[in-house]
Ligand binder design. Structure first.
Ligand code: SF4
Length: 332
């Protein structure tokens, strides 16, 4: 596995693993890195040290450049939330505090949230993030039982008690709001979800935003599938949530409006499905058989079926996918 630094003047839009993602709403996703130290048994993006499909991980070298791209995208939407997330753990990013600080200085960004599994949170880091102006932490935590939590994280060193301690510090001692988002793995952590909710209520999660958002396990084609887990249908999931809501006495189905989300104009990426253009190969690919190209330094394109291509090559491609501005191209 190689680690690739992404440097200016490469555009920071068009790829799913790093940069800015705009899905046409008032939330923009800001992805500083794809690196993760865990190996969760359910990971939908096959992240971590034992990843089977990834051949590169990325780090955006200059947080200022990411802030600049976030500003470009946000400015055409009005007022947005910047959600720092990724196909890895954002807290592995060495300049996470600088990133939060830079995003908070943009006029078009009304709030900055961070999605994390919390295993790198310390009191000192929480204090620095608060000082930088972080508004909310979306904490993914799926078990309070230490042994089960370790099993789910897929690494022996995982210590959920440290995560719990850091989260309690966030909720009780700082202005950062805590939103808790456990993943229900039917057959594996059924008893843990009510415990997590009771804990979240006790420590004061959700002062400004909804305290909980329970995630449904969905098996992804290239994700990891934990043995013993049954993937339930959406009807069964919502029935289970309703029963749980009655038991714990709190809403577990926040609506997008509860977070202030709405649809908003999209940043215009210059390419569409079907376009035929020439791109310059600029970075090694995320998965085997891929490279990353740049189109006029405006947008990145993942080149699939790229055997024999080298950085610096200029190659004609046809865009075969453009969903949410994430571009996939095939050499012609
Ligand atoms: S689920 Fe998140 S924390 Fe776990 S391995 Fe995947 S990216 Fe890392």
């Amino acid at each position: 596995m190689r680690v690739v630094f992404v440097n200016p003047p490469l555009p920071l839009i068009g790829h799913i693993a790093f940069g800015v993602i705009d899905r046409g709403t008032s939330v923009i996703q800001v992805r500083p890195t794809s690196i993760c130290g865990l190996n969760c048994v359910f990971c939908s993006v096959d992240a971590g040290p034992y990843s089977k499909r990834r051949v590169s991980e990325y780090i955006v070298r200059e947080p200022e450049q990411l802030v600049e791209w976030a500003g470009r995208v946000a400015s055409i939407k009005g007022s947005v939330e910047a959600l720092i997330d990724g196909v890895g753990e954002p807290l592995t990013y060495p300049w996470i505090v600088e990133l939060v600080d830079g995003l908070k200085r943009l006029r078009s960004i009304r709030s900055v949230a961070l999605e994390t599994r919390g295993y790198l949170l310390t009191r000192r880091l929480v204090d620095r993030l608060e000082e930088a102006g972080l508004d909310r932490i979306n904490l993914s935590i799926d078990a309070l039982n230490p042994e089960l939590a370790r099993r789910l994280a897929g690494v022996r060193w995982f210590n959920v008690e440290r995560v719990v301690e850091a989260a309690e510090y966030v909720a009780r001692e700082t202005s950062i709001d805590l939103h808790i988002a456990p993943l229900w793995l039917p057959g594996l952590n059924d008893d843990e979800i009510p415990r997590i909710i009771e804990w979240g209520l006790r420590i004061g999660a959700g002062r400004k935003w909804p305290p909980f958002g329970i995630q449904k396990y969905v098996a992804h084609k290239y994700g990891r599938k934990p043995p013993g887990v049954r993937e339930v249908g959406w009807d069964e999931f919502y029935e289970w949530l309703e029963r749980l809501e009655r038991r714990v006495g709190v809403s577990l189905r926040p609506r997008p409006e509860d977070f202030g989300f709405r649809s908003a104009p999209r940043y215009p990426v210059s390419l569409r499905r079907g376009d035929k253009v020439r791109v310059e190969v600029v970075l090694p690919g995320w998965m085997r058989g891929e490279m990353i190209g740049s189109y006029k330094k405006r947008v990145l394109v993942t080149i699939v079926g790229s055997r024999g291509l080298e950085p610096g090559d200029r190659v004609p491609v046809r865009i075969i996918r453009d969903k949410d501005g994430i571009l996939i191209g095939m050499p012609l």
